[in-house]
Write a protein that binds this ligand. Structure first.
Ligand SMILES: CC(C)(COP(=O)(O)OP(=O)(O)OC[C@H]1O[C@@H](n2cnc3c(N)ncnc32)[C@H](O)[C@@H]1OP(=O)(O)O)[C@@H](O)C(=O)NCCC(=O)NCCS
Length: 190
């Protein structure tokens, strides 16, 4: 039977014990990870029976050489290996995109060209299109910036009328405090 996954939303950078628990999900919570977390405006956390099993954020710490206006980067995506291919990323990615569009920014995401799991997802989605390829600062390998096709920046460039952005948080429920089980204060370790 498929696990029942719940999603928690937050609109502020995770701090303290919550930051630690989310970092425990990730393989390499390095300085760049924390920089993105420090600039998080939206955090979606996937939970299975109160334990954190997935994470995605929207942040403003953009280092990729994007040309878009008011970029809001969708990043920090991670799903615990035991919970992959269940549609969790799909759900969290949709929530991030809805939030970023509702804020009137231009949603972008940066994908390492070698990341098959991400590339295949963005390539087949009509909601995303490549903006440009560049060489990663640290890796020296090809990276691609993808931009949301529903963004005003993209639609205007394509000669289409911009969509009226929703008011912030209208389309999303308010943040709920995490309710964790007695021994589930931490994420499932990756
Ligand atoms: C990438 C990642 C977030 C995907 O999470 P997920 O919850 O398993 O993804 P979903 O179940 O929502 O997958 C949706 C679709 O993406 C594609 N996809 C997902 N994983 C894939 C893989 N390993 N190979 C090829 N396609 C993949 C499939 O089309 C999938 O649909 P399907 O299962 O019906 O075929 C997860 O593999 C992960 O955490 N990887 C390590 C960290 C990482 O790479 N993060 C992204 C950085 S940009």
């Amino acid at each position: 039977m498929l696990p029942t996954i719940e999603y928690s939303l937050s609109y502020a950078p995770p701090l303290g014990a919550e930051r630690d628990a989310l970092s425990a999900l990730c393989h390499t919570p390095d300085a760049r990870w924390h920089e993105r977390m420090d600039h998080a405006e939206f955090v979606v956390t996937a939970l299975h029976e109160g334990t954190r099993v997935g994470l995605g954020i929207v942040h403003t710490s953009v280092t990729a050489p994007t040309q878009v206006e008011r970029p809001l980067e969708l990043g920090g995506m991670f799903v615990h290996p035991a919970y992959r291919r269940l549609g969790i990323r799909q759900h969290m990615a949709d929530a991030r995109l809805t939030y970023a569009l509702s804020m009137g920014g231009t949603p972008i995401t940066v994908i390492d060209n070698r990341n098959e799991a991400s590339w295949s997802y963005y390539e087949r989605s009509s909601k995303w299109t490549p903006e440009q390829e560049y060489t990663g600062w640290f890796t020296g390998l090809p990276m691609t910036i993808w931009v949301a096709t529903e963004s005003s920046w993209y639609r205007t460039r394509m000669g289409m009328d911009p969509l009226v952005p929703a008011q912030p948080n209208v389309v999303l429920p308010p943040a709920q405090p995490l309710v964790l089980g007695p021994d589930q204060g931490n994420a499932v370790s990756a």
